[in-house]
Design a protein around this ligand. Sequence first.
Ligand code: PLP
Length: 369
Amino acid sequence: MIYLDNAATTKPFKQVTDVINRFYDELYFNPSSLYAPAYAVADEIEKTREFMQTYLGGGGKVYFTSCATESNTWVYNSGIKNKKGNVVVSMGEHASGYENAQTLISKGYDVRFVKLLSDGRIDESDFEKKVDANTAFVSVIHCSNETGAINDIQHLANIAKSISEKVLFHSDGVQALGKIPVNCNACGIDFYSMSAHKIGGAKGTGALWVRDGIRLNPLLPGGGQEKGFRSGTENAAGIAGFGEALKIHSRVDYDRIAELRQIMKNGLTKIVGVTVNESKNQSPYILSLSIEGIKSEILQRKLAEKGVLIGLGSACSSKLKKNRILSAMNRTMSHIEGSIRISFGASNINDDIKAATETIKETIQQLRG
Ligand code: PLP
């Protein structure tokens, strides 16, 4: 099997499962309990928090959650100071951002969606028009889960803050963390959402970075875990595994992944009617393609039968018929119907990519008859 759907989820690193297993075999104590073995578990959580805070540039706290959907939901619901002002959200957000924006609309908020450029990045001139002195909350995805387009969140946060004094800036960093450098503190954002399972960690572990001095409302009331902001017994195994995954993933050779993407792109764009949905500022981890005359679901199924697993777009939205993000990039319906997402990961190697490229080429030819 050749797995090329790493933007949906990744295979956990062996070192990560070793760390996680230790928490089930030895370090299974409740981190809130008041005896030495439990303190050791609490220590591991704090060590991971400190590592991630340093990794993200300092100046903020990391709170652990159950997934990035939870982190996004928390910040959309509580990141608007005094619940007053308008909200500006990019059209390129993951469903977990977009649906929360819809909820804000149903609660009566003035939510303004910012257009995308045809290359998948946010349209900066539209952004400048939508943000005003009364903007309280902005959310712009760092790296698109659909196309891998990278937004310059530092630049956008600067623009937003120069227009509105009260604005708080959130970025969904799920497809960027451990893949492209980020310094949340230096880039002037206020919140950053993350997820372990996209970088070789375990599913069910997310995090939210919050700039020092900003107070969110507690997400879950109860026993006071996560400094009183997110009660519930911590997923100590997943959290320690998250830290380990980030350490390993941030050392993955960026140029090697870029080379894999280039091999696949060169091979597949030789086929007539194949276009790439890519940006001037592009993550090498994602290759989004539109294949004329092909229904992507059929191609995906045929490839799976041959042992090549690819995606159709974000796993969460692939069950929906339309593709909101490619539509916002002004792609036609036939373009959208033939769109696939190939996403690379740490374990992919050149030979597999070459073999998968040949299989994809051959399958497209078969489907076209
Ligand atoms: N944000 C982005 C950009 C994603 O790609 C995903 C998952 O596909 C999520 C959020 C949701 O992450 P989780 O599965 O941790 O809820």
